[in-house]
Design a protein around this ligand. Structure first.
Ligand SMILES: [Zn+2]
Ligand SMILES: [Zn+2]
Length: 461
């Protein structure tokens, strides 16, 4: 009910502003008169009067077009509605593939906006669309899942679910994409194709993006964009880069078996502790000795567990860790070499080893690589919308993101949007129990998403 009220209030406000504005700009008119018939009548009139209809249609993007988008996004009702959605999702976090209520909330909002959608994809995912229903199709994506983390931030809308928290900002991603839907709906008559809105489950675990694609999320889609909130940049700053942005990520666990025996008689046992120790040392040589130093890669051993009796050599040691790289070639070379090094080192010490990369459990993420042209598009849109000083070229990061599955299939760009506000304390990294966001990012993110999509269609429609 709260949201119905907001939409009503928004309509009243738009009508009041229309009456109060003595000389509304062409762009402003488009927002005030979203009805197709009114727009057509205006265009016909202006053609008859000899005025250029092109500018009024935003076919050539102008400052007035950016202002019109920002105006809808920044209306206090819109900002309040966005905060409300984000807080509701934040207070009710759901883990991968369990995003039942989050998905329901999204669909309720889409219903209120009269936006069509297909559901379910990948259990809880949604593919919605706004525009002509025909090509070109451009997609914007938000992830919906939370993390198994206990929230440590004391605030009114903190997580109500013990041990679960939106500590990566996916609650904000959902709100921003719904905000983009609201903006695009007011501009539907201007769209030169179709914007596909993808609300996906299970980014943090389970390869939700892959499952969404298997269920047709990218049908007809020729380009895709997505944002991630970032505590490294002040609120509203957009950051991205061409080419590799986020690393491919994999995990491994090796079981090294020997033969149990008294520590006082090592010659009667086969020692897996020594074999595992040699493996850990040798694993360090893969990146430092075998990889091109200009092609950043990581192999980290993070776990090492053997026996618990100080007087006994155990029969098994289990070690594990993670590995990262910025190209698929380097990534799979690492995977191959990790297995070889562990198996061969184990055999040097008369042990036997097997290495699991959890491929069946969907924990391998390819690198996220931005298409040069799509990156340029994000940059241009951001600079035009928010100003040159609010766009940054950022360095690649060793983190991973399952958006990479989309970027393997269609040209794409992934970008960050800053949420850092020292006064609020939104300075903690994602996946921290102290993670929080500056909610002023929501209208900016909504406007950026909407404009990226609308302008893509203008250029490719
Ligand atoms: Zn995350
Ligand atoms: Zn995330």
């Amino acid at each position: 009910m709260k949201f119905r009220y907001s939409i009503l209030l928004l309509s009243i406000l738009l009508a009041v502003s229309a009456a109060a504005e003595p000389t509304p700009s062409a762009a402003y008119n488009r927002v005030l008169f979203p009805d197709r018939r009114c727009q057509r009548a205006m265009s016909e009139n202006s053609t008859r009067l000899g005025a250029p209809p092109v500018a009024a249609e935003c076919e050539v993007w102008s400052e007035a077009c950016s202002d019109a988008v920002l105006k809808v996004a920044r209306q206090s009702e819109t900002a309040e509605w966005l905060r409300g959605i984000r807080r509701k999702i934040h207070a009710n976090p759901e883990l991968a593939f369990e995003e039942i209520e989050t998905s329901r909330l999204v669909r309720e909002e889409l219903d209120l906006m009269e936006v069509s959608y297909r559901y379910p994809l990948a259990k809880t995912g949604i593919r919605a669309w706004i525009g002509t229903g025909g090509p070109p199709f451009v997609a914007i994506r938000a992830d919906m899942d939370a993390l198994p983390i206990q929230e440590a931030v004391e605030w009114e809308h903190r997580s109500k679910v013990a041990g679960k928290m939106h500590a990566c900002g996916h609650d904000a991603h959902v709100a921003m994409l719904l905000g983009a839907a609201k903006i695009l709906k007011t501009r539907e008559h201007l769209l030169k194709g179709t914007v596909v809105l993808i609300f996906q489950p299970a980014e943090e675990a389970g390869n939700g993006a892959k499952r969404m694609m298997q269920d047709g999320a990218l049908e007809d889609v020729e380009a895709i964009f997505a944002a991630h909130v970032s505590h490294e940049h002040p609120t509203g700053i957009i950051g991205s880069r061409p080419g590799p942005l986020l690393a491919g990520c994999g995990f491994f666990r090796a079981v090294i078996r020997g033969k149990k025996g008294f520590a006082a008689d090592p010659h009667r046992s086969v020692d897996p502790v020594l074999a595992a120790s040699a493996s850990v040392i040798s694993l360090q040589g893969i990146v430092s000795r075998e990889s091109n130093p200009l092609d950043s890669q990581v192999v980290s051993v993070t776990s090492f567990n053997g026996g618990n009796n100080l007087d006994m050599i155990p029969d098994t040691v289990v070690l594990g860790g993670t590995f990262r790289a910025f190209s698929n070639t380097s990534f799979y070379q690492l995977l191959e070499r990790i297995e070889q090094v562990i198996v061969e080192q184990a055999s040097v010490y008369r042990c036997w080893a097997e290495v699991d990369f959890f491929e069946k459990e969907y924990t391998i993420y390819p690198p996220t690589v931005n298409d040069e042209r799509m990156y340029e598009h994000v940059k241009k849109v951001s600079v035009d919308l928010l100003g040159q000083k609010n766009f940054r070229v950022v360095p690649p990061m060793m983190g991973a993101e399952d958006f990479s599955f989309y970027s393997e299939v269609v040209p794409s760009a992934f970008f960050y949007i800053g949420i850092r506000n020292e006064t609020l304390g939104s300075t903690h990294t994602g996946h921290s129990p102290y993670f929080m966001i500056d909610e002023d990012v929501l209208p900016i993110g909504a406007a950026t998403h909407a404009t990226i999509a609308e302008r893509y269609l203008i250029q490719h429609g």
